[in-house]
Design a protein around this ligand. Structure first.
Ligand code: MLC
Ligand code: AMP
Length: 504
């Protein structure tokens, strides 16, 4: 088995690897560009020896050339979210202890002050891809390959470290289960700071010799145009995106609708994940395209774990069965397996599981029980298929496929001069799944509107963490111990909180 993805893809040669910015790039061109990038990153050294290289590059040929360049040079790739404000970028660069920062030329200005204060080298993708070709190190599969930041119940986002072997295990499970082939052409509209876009779409396409068409972000009209082109065979998205595609289809004239539906029906595979797919969305999509969306379940720490079948019955509301070589179990609070039909916490084991939270030994230790990774998701096995019931923690919110920590947002909101105390909850929402909502107690004499709070928060937090609703209260609801009761906070927004199972 090859050590890293670029080595695995070496045999695809002259085939098209990437469509980006209106042109195609072959696997050979990608390998060449990655070798150039690696040589520039190495700057005369023989091996980056897992040094972290943070990169801020939109989805494009340059993104993959940078990622592969980092891997070929023996470094650890740290993809940064494009729309995060400088404060968050700085946090990730510092936490990862990045020794190098790469940015596309148009984004370099944003990140230069951070690189300068940290005294690290900043290289643009233009510089990376203008270099010579030098000798490259041999990279063992067990070495660290990537750090993806993820929010948790404790403090600031943590870096999830995956090895080359874990990434390829995640890829291989999907290649097998979803029957990827060199004839596939995947459409990427997802961001490339998460495993959904990075692993499931880009790495899978490139490991199988398929082509990946990369868009800078999601746009409903542009996506429909490409789905209608007949070129695309594989599409993956979060439920919020399917909802927007449905709305765009419904806004079309009847004849155009028929064209779009007929073209979409010809795709080989359409997948939904990263958040629960509402049954109404699944049903409507089936009416429009004939596709029963293949819903699967995953997490940054493990890649994908459960999936409905490619062939055979896809059950609405279910996430199917374990992927090849992935083991799962449901346990009670003591770690004892629960009976069929009884809810339990989902635990995962297998070659797909991450190595560690970056420089957080305690958090890593706490995330495992007897060698099993504790997902923090509750699930139940019903009629031989798994169904996800919700999180064990009320403080984890999923909005538009982005996981956010209520506690992290609260910590930031508490530094607002008008805020005395606050509580953040996820409120069920048809568009976003859950909507980040803040209840605040104000300081004496202070006033605060949602617009004021949101524009202040936008400078400090990624857009998906910015509250979309605000209520000002005299006092937050608390229990007898003085602890804020989140279900009561959610009720302040007039909509019941998404039903969550009690811990057990
Ligand atoms: C953007 N906004 C969001 C948001 N994304 N708010 C809440 N939740 C989100 N996810 C903000 C915008 O900044 C903007 O703020 C307002 O909401 C509306 O913006 P928009 O232009 O309509 O949003 P858009 O940029 O189109 O983004 C929506 C989206 C995007 C759904 C396309 O969020 C997205 O790509 N989500 C997918 C994330 C993903 O890949 N997750 C996978 C995680 S891995 P304002 O203030 O300007 O109005 C994982 C494991 C697994 O979960 O199983 O896959
Ligand atoms: P992340 O930590 O951003 O990787 O998000 C992973 C989380 O997304 C999981 O722990 C689940 O809570 C949620 N998730 C992913 N896929 C699904 C799904 N199909 N149904 C319900 N929740 C999901």
């Amino acid at each position: 088995m090859s050590a890293t993805l670029p080595e695995r893809a070496a045999r695809h040669g002259g085939r098209v690897a990437i469509w980006s910015a209106g042109r195609s790039f072959s696997y050979d061109e990608l390998q060449h560009a990655a070798t150039q990038a690696a040589t520039v990153l190495l700057d005369g050294r023989s091996d980056l020896a897992e040094e972290r290289v943070a990169f801020l590059v939109p989805p494009s040929f340059e993104y993959v050339a940078t990622q592969w360049g980092i891997w070929r040079a023996g470094g650890t790739a740290v993809p940064l979210p494009l729309s995060a404000p400088p404060a968050e970028l700085r946090y990730m660069i510092e936490d990862a202890d990045a020794a190098l920062v790469v940015a596309s030329p148009e984004l370099a200005g944003l990140i230069r002050p951070i690189a300068e204060t940290r005294g690290v080298r900043l290289v643009t993708t233009a510089e990376l891809l203008a270099g010579d070709l030098g000798p490259l190190p041999l990279v063992e599969p067990r070495r660290r390959a990537m750090i993806v930041y993820t929010s948790g119940t404790t403090g600031r986002p943590k870096g999830v470290v995956s090895t080359h072997a874990a990434i390829l295990a995640q890829v291989d499970a999907l290649l097998e289960a979803w029957e990827w082939s060199p004839d596939d052409r995947a459409l990427l509209v997802l961001p490339l700071h998460h495993v959904h876009g990075i692993v499931n779409v880009v790495c899978c396409a490139l490991a199988s010799g398929a082509a990946c068409e990369m868009h800078r972000g999601f746009d409903a009209a542009a996506t429909w145009a490409r789905l209608a082109s007949g070129d695309i065979t594989v599409f993956m998205a979060v439920p919020t995106i399917y909802r927007r595609l449905i709305a765009a289809w419904e806004a079309e004239a009847p004849e155009r609708r028929r064209e779009l539906s007929a073209a979409a029906a010809r795709l080989r595979l359409m997948v939904s994940g990263s958040a629960a797919l509402p049954v109404q969305t699944l049903e409507r999509w089936r009416e429009i395209t004939g596709h029963v969306l293949l819903e699967r379940y995953g997490m940054t720490e493990i890649g994908m774990a459960l999936s409905n079948p490619l062939r055979g019955e896809r059950r609405a509301g279910s996430v199917g069965l374990p992927l090849p070589r992935v083991e799962v179990r449901l346990v009670d609070e003591t770690g004892a397996p629960v009976a069929h039909g009884t809810p339990g916490e989902l635990e995962v084991r297998g070659p797909n599981v991450f190595l560690e939270y970056w420089r957080r030994k305690d958090a890593t230790a706490a995330a495992f029980r007897d060698g099993w990774f504790r997902t923090g998701d509750m699930a139940v096995l019903e009629d031989g298929r798994y169904r996800i019931l919700g999180r064990t923690s009320v403080d984890i919110i999923k909005t538009g496929g982005e996981k956010v920590s209520a506690l992290e947002i609260e910590e930031v909101l508490r530094t607002h001069p008008a805020v005395a105390e606050c509580a953040v909850v996820g409120v069920a929402d048809p568009e976003w799944g859950e909507r980040v909502s803040a209840a605040v107690e104000l300081r004496p004499g202070a006033g605060l509107t949602l617009e004021e709070l949101a524009s202040w928060a936008r400078e400090r937090l990624a857009p998906w963490k910015v509250p979309k609703a605000l209520v000002v209260v005299g006092e937050l609801p608390r229990n007898a111990m003085g602890k804020v009761t989140k279900p009561d906070v959610a009720r302040l927004f007039g909509v019941p909180n998404v039903p969550r199972p009690s811990r057990f």
